[in-house]
Design a protein around this ligand. Sequence first.
Ligand code: TA6
Length: 296
Amino acid sequence: MTDVERLNHDFGRSDAVAFAASPLGGPVAHLEAGGDRATVALYGAQVLNWEHRGAEQLWLSPHARLGTGKGVRGGIPVCWPWFGPHDDDAAKPAHGFVRVRDWRVDATASGDDHASITLSFATRPEMASVWPHDAQVALTVRLGDGLSLRLETANTGRDPFVLGEALHTYFAVTDIGEVEITGLDGIDYIDKLDDNARKRQVGPVTVGEEVDRIYVGETGNILLRDGARRLGITSAGSRSAVVWNPWIAKSRRLGDMGAPDAFRHMMCIETANAGSDRILLKPGERHVLEARYRIA
Ligand code: TA6
């Protein structure tokens, strides 16, 4: 029995949850509920696609490949157990290491109006050089009345650790010039492009240059407006949200964005525990980060 056959035998749920070998180079789960579809890679537990009423809601690089040991650009990367560059060691991968590891399928579920999958990753002693703590992280992706993600961390060790994390979501947009992000008015943010200066958001966020900001405060109810499209982003277990668009020069430096104007068709709005919103987790404690996306 192949890995995919075994996954379908153990966790498949007719059309609601079906595993397949992705042309991107690894096993994926295809979720279907109420006419909506989503694809979740076991590599990095990364949502790659989310289709609502036939329209793709997420942006994915044309260079996306699974299992390469590099992060997949696009969809919803899981940044864990740190967000951004490592505090002390620049040689360690940005956004933690679980987005470049294979996760285990723990469960699937389905009903008339939903389909879900739960994947998990547990640290092992041989990873101590990368991160010297014992922990388990589980992601549940639920398709139905939108797309929901629940990221639960358990400190299974004997020492406390500080957890940084994010659901680093790349939303597809018609054109960045049409984008307006509301729900952050009056919230302070760290401007990563201005020496981490602390600033206050006035009115909606619009994008006409590279933007890389960590908003900290009441960030639980955000609306992405893309022309006539309204996409609601609600969250729990988080008081920080990252807003990022690489624009022209950074896109060129990244090298895996695809077309030169690809930056005009994506907008990252990330539900996080980042900056001053990182979480101290003591032995035995758990933390849940949740995000829900709904087309208004
Ligand atoms: O979340 C914004 C950010 O931290 C940007 O600074 C940029 O580096 C982006 O993440 C992409 O990071 P990645 O490691 O996926 O290339």
